[in-house]
Design a protein. Structure first.
Length: 305
């Protein structure tokens, strides 16, 4: 806190960086590991840009300059990153409002520019998909195989137990997930009702899941959740052994193509994939349609040659 005297009036000033650090100290321990990583970068850039500013003196114009000139023009960050960094800035200002340092959160009035570049998630190649199907017995092969035939997120697969498989109704119950904080596994419940769901228990998967086992599918020798480094190492070894280049999340999108090609209603696909917002599902469709168009192009080229 800086105290300035204007005549007989005492004005308290607070460095932005100090308030930002106070916010982080309160907020960061509550964040999931992946969110923490993103927010840490957002905090770093905000402090760098506003390092000599008092938070009371920052204006709408300053916020617009930070977003448009620094994040977009100078650093050429993608839309999702700019959006996340704006969220961090808004949280800092909200913290200042709650603590009676400023009167309003001016960040919430500033939108990110339109037309920012987006980095699409690539679908796995057909070659990768086939390798996932035939390399089931390689270490972490079952992990990739489950993602391919369920579309589950990485953390949801790591939390799966044999008891979650409903053999009578051909369903898999998804009601928990794992994330890693400082390498340690942390169990969490779904953030939204959309995250808690049932997904189809398909025939290819029924052939490889042991009906008579119990407990975690993926665990250490003591039956505990895998730590983060074990997961990362397992995925790297699997990719090296099989030649699969795609990430688990890319393989998840391949499952989305199955749902799309089967002509399931949009709402059903969103429910199966655990999307809260159907627009998320439709954004995936864009890439699926592009893939289908490429296949159609190849067929036409062969026909005309």
């Amino acid at each position: 806190m800086i105290v300035k005297f204007t005549g007989e009036q005492i004005i308290e000033k607070h460095y932005f960086s100090k308030i930002a650090d106070e916010w982080a100290a309160e907020a960061f321990p509550k964040l999931a590991y992946r969110t923490l990583s993103c927010y840490t970068a957002g905090l770093k850039h905000a402090k760098m840009y506003f390092r000599n500013s008092y938070i009371e003196d920052i204006t709408h114009f300053d916020i617009k300059k930070y977003i448009e000139d620094y994040l977009v023009s100078k650093r050429n960050l993608a839309k999702k990153t700019v959006k996340n960094y704006r969220i961090v800035l808004s949280m800092i200002f909200k913290y200042a409002v709650v603590n009676d340092i400023i009167q309003s959160n001016i960040v919430k009035d500033i939108s990110i520019p339109k037309g920012l570049r987006e980095i699409p998630r690539e679908l796995p190649t057909d070659s990768d998909t086939e390798k996932v199907k035939i390399n089931l017995n390689v270490d972490f092969g079952l992990f990739y195989y489950i993602v391919l035939y369920t579309g589950l997120r990485r953390g949801e697969v790591l939390a799966l137990e044999y008891e979650d498989f409903d053999w009578k109704n051909n369903l898999i119950k998804i009601n928990k997930s794992i994330y890693h904080k400082h390498n340690k596994p942390v169990l969490k419940e779904p953030k939204t009702e959309a995250g808690e769901r049932f997904v189809p228990f398909l025939e290819p998967l029924k052939k490889v899941i042991d009906k008579n086992k119990s407990g975690l599918l993926f665990c250490d020798e003591k039956g505990n959740y895998l730590i983060g480094s074990q997961v990362e190492l397992g995925i790297k070894k699997y990719q090296k052994a099989t030649g699969v280049k795609g990430t688990p999340h890319q393989v998840r999108h391949e499952y989305a193509t199955y749902l799309y090609e089967a002509n399931l209603p949009d709402k059903d696909i969103s429910t199966i994939l655990g999307h809260k917002d159907i627009s998320t599902t439709k954004n995936i469709y864009i890439h699926i349609r592009q893939k289908q168009l490429m296949k159609s192009t190849n067929i036409l080229n062969e026909y005309l040659s």
